[in-house]
Design a protein around this ligand. Structure first.
Ligand SMILES: C[S@@+](CC[C@H](N)C(=O)[O-])C[C@H]1O[C@@H](n2cnc3c(N)ncnc32)[C@H](O)[C@@H]1O
Length: 267
């Protein structure tokens, strides 16, 4: 390391870099660790974005991560190998019909999956089936109805609503975060505790301005624009203005709030 580095090597700067790297990871996963020797099912692991965090936070636990999409599993495997983690195995599987015996796992973890499913209750019941008595089930979901921001914009809210509508048309529920408690209870999960995790962003948190407002939330809304216009959910000009107004909240006087919901219960 040389002394030319513009931000320097002070302790506060080092802390800032650590904070930056662990933006949502810290908020969502800081309290998720599994005991040595336990077997954990991750259902709907996708490209392994959460797998790496789970497996590195609990190096003595073993993870079985499943997803229905082989292409995502391939990426997840590569990500885990790159992180030199050896405590994860992957399987192609449908969360509705898991290829595992009853009571096979000590714990289970599901993140950003239920929002895409037409039958989240059935999926939860199936994950519960493969859990041991006394094992924990952790579920994390967002809720797009929890997004509010400054400057407020009717167009931005309409653009977000397009995403909610499109997800509903596809059988999912982008507002599922607020339903986690009843869903888990209906699936027979006991002692359910839901903790809302709010992301608050202003210009004093540049990593979140870029990482959350621009690259996570607005990019996600922007992605469905063509589809929303094609389906007649919104006019092209209103859409463009909505996306522009969302990016506008990332400017120096803008702010943005969004809440994730994390539920933990027992079989
Ligand atoms: C938004 S991604 C989330 C991935 C990962 N949990 C994360 O947080 O990054 C949703 C994942 O659920 C998977 N999925 C959807 N339906 C599924 C099903 N019936 N069984 C298993 N996985 C499914 C998708 O393939 C996708 O990888």
């Amino acid at each position: 390391m040389t002394s030319e580095y513009v931000h320097g090597y002070s302790a506060p700067e080092a802390a800032r870099l650590v904070d930056q790297a662990s933006t949502l990871t810290e908020l969502l996963h800081c309290d998720t660790t599994y005991p040595a020797g336990s077997l954990v099912l991750e259902a709907g692991c996708g490209v392994g974005a959460q797998t790496v965090t789970l497996a590195s936070q609990s190096p003595q636990a073993s993870f079985v991560s499943v997803d229905i999409a082989p292409v995502s599993l391939g990426r997840a495997k590569a990500r885990v190998a790159e992180a030199c983690l050896r405590n994860v195995t992957f399987h192609e599987a449908d969360i509705y019909t898991l290829p595992f015996a009853e009571a096979q796992f000590d714990h289970a973890f599901v993140c950003f999956v239920l929002e895409h499913l037409a039958r989240p209750e059935a999926a939860l019941a199936e994950v519960r089936r493969v859990l041991k008595l006394g094992g924990t089930l952790t579920v994390i979901e967002g809720d797009h109805g929890s997004a509010y921001f400054h400057p407020d914009s009717e167009f931005a809210r309409r653009a977000i609503q397009c995403l909610v509508d499109l997800q509903r048309h596809a059988g999912g529920d982008a507002l599922i975060g607020r339903r986690l408690y009843p869903l888990l209870v209906q699936a027979g999960v006991r002692e359910v505790c839901v903790s809302p995790r709010m992301v608050y962003v202003d210009a004093s948190r540049p990593a979140l301005v870029d990482g959350f407002i621009r690259k996570t939330f607005t990019a996600m809304v922007e992605w469905v624009g063509e589809q929303a216009i094609r389906q007649g959910l919104i006019e092209a000009e209103a859409w463009r203005r909505g996306v522009r107004d969302l990016y506008r909240t990332a400017e120096a006087d803008g702010t943005f709030c969004y809440t994730f919901f994390k539920a933990v219960g027992l079989k």
